[in-house]
Design a binder for this molecule. Structure first.
Ligand code: ASP
Length: 440
């Protein structure tokens, strides 16, 4: 049995957090493979080590500032952890190499990755686990995509012979051996990759919250924790802006059907959220989560007999493709259709409406900005009648006008477009309707 455990930056921000992490790992002998982030914020206005590294690298390479001086606060951060933990470890040689490589312009990815690298060395030393450099086991292809085949084979064979190891998160190597990072928050992805490679029983992702919340706590006070969520539901929610786990972290474990457990380093007795391939019990509530995003625009097109005009949609999509605009949704009627796109794309291509007109010759076309989308997600909707009615009733009682509705045939979510100004209010009333009223 083996568990892969990933600890985020706030879980490893200082020596005290390291002690909590070590207690968690030592309390379960199956927690054999550990993926750390770089030290995160210790207090609200603190700076994450990753951000310090980016800034340090830029100051040295772009502004020509003194490398030793720039790197000193970073070394101090790591040395503080080492001495507070009472370790005899010295990272001085590592610092020399890093400074040297910064001067040689080894790249911003290399710079950022050193946070996980150094933290991994400290954690391995503290735990008595082997240290495995992620650049030796996690690979990218020449075009910068994650190379799952090569990584799987290599990681599985390396870890096969290692009973307990620390593998730093966030980075791997390009085919030429140089370091490449995942996007920000990418240690979550590393944890998932390691879990898949060793076919772990579970991937525990330890952070500073006790799981996924039904909705954004900045909008709803003290929302409930989701106890179980499926990969599909999570994908819908994280796509719509719910963070906690990196979006791409779902894919490696999902294909191997390995569950993820989101846990809280500061409250290890809380069970957190289980993310599973298929839920084996009925959901606690009809809806599992509510997420949303602002800043969308809708282009609405009306044309007589659009319905029977072959290739109409294709022509519009070709215009979008040529202008490199990604669409979010395309709700259609008989002679009408709407395309929902990111406002930023319209700002970049203010002539897009004109271009669509040229190619489709519509009766009417208009663009509405400041749209917000809210996704109400839940596997429980499928078996239950009246969910949409309840959502619309909640919104109508709150005097919120609905501009768009989109429900996929999987009945996993209902997406509603409303004016941005109603965003927070809409999320609150949907939460009250489905979660609060069912809890009381
Ligand atoms: N340290 C990196 C970041 O701040 C990666 C991570 O923490 O997952 O984005």
């Amino acid at each position: 049995m083996a568990k892969v455990v990933k600890f985020g930056g706030s879980s490893l921000a200082d020596a005290n957090q390291f002690r909590k992490v070590a207690d968690i790992i030592r309390s379960d002998s199956e927690r054999r493979y550990v993926v750390p982030s770089a030290p995160g914020k210790r207090f609200k206005d603190d700076i994450k080590v990753t951000d310090m590294l980016y800034a340090c690298y830029d100051a040295i390479t772009e502004e020509g500032k003194n490398a030793y001086n720039q790197f000193a606060p970073i070394a101090e951060r790591f040395n503080g952890i080492i001495s507070d933990l009472g370790l005899t470890l010295s990272l001085d040689k590592e610092y020399e190499t890093i400074i040297e490589n910064f001067r040689k312009k080894a790249g911003r990815d290399y710079a950022a990755s050193r946070g996980e690298y150094l933290n991994g060395i400290i954690l391995a030393n503290y735990l008595g686990y082997d240290f495995i450099d992620a650049a030796k086991v996690i690979f990218f292809t020449a075009d910068g995509k994650f190379d799952d085949t090569l990584t799987d084979t290599c990681l599985a064979s390396v870890l096969h012979g290692v009973h307990q190891a620390v593998i730093p998160g966030f980075y791997g190597a390009n085919p030429d051996g140089t370091v490449r990072t995942f996007s920000r928050g990418g240690s979550d992805v590393t944890g998932s990759i390691v879990a898949k490679a060793i076919n772990a029983d579970i991937y525990e992702n330890w952070t500073d919250v006790s799981g996924f919340l039904v909705t954004d706590p900045r909008i709803v006070e003290n929302p409930k924790v989701i106890t179980t969520i499926t990969y599909k539901e999570l994908r819908e929610l994280s796509y719509m802006g719910a963070t906690v786990l990196h979006e791409a972290a779902i894919f490696p474990v999902r294909s191997a059907k390995i569950p993820i457990n989101i846990r809280n380093t500061n409250d290890p007795s809380a069970k957190g959220t289980m993310i599973v391939p298929e839920a084996d019990s009925a959901p606690e509530h009809i809806i599992t989560g509510i997420a949303g995003k602002k800043h969308f625009s809708v282009i609405s097109i009306e044309k007589d007999e659009m319905n029977s005009e072959i290739g109409f949609l294709r022509r519009i999509l070709t215009v979008m493709e040529k202008n490199n605009i990604c669409f979010e949704h395309i709700p259609t009627g008989i002679d009408t259709m709407s395309i929902v796109v990111d406002c930023a794309d319209i700002d970049k291509h203010p002539d897009i409406v004109e271009k669509i007109c040229e190619i489709t010759n519509p009766n009417h076309i208009e663009i509405m900005n400041d749209l917000a989308l809210i996704a109400v997600v839940g596997r429980g909707m499928k078996a239950k009648k009246g969910t949409a009615t309840r959502i619309f009733a909640a919104l109508s009682h709150a005097d919120i006008n609905i501009n768009m509705i989109d429900q996929g045939s999987s009945e996993l979510n209902i997406i509603i477009g409303i004016h941005e100004a109603d965003f927070e209010k809409a999320i609150k009333v949907i939460y009250d309707m489905f979660i609060l009223s069912e809890t009381e």
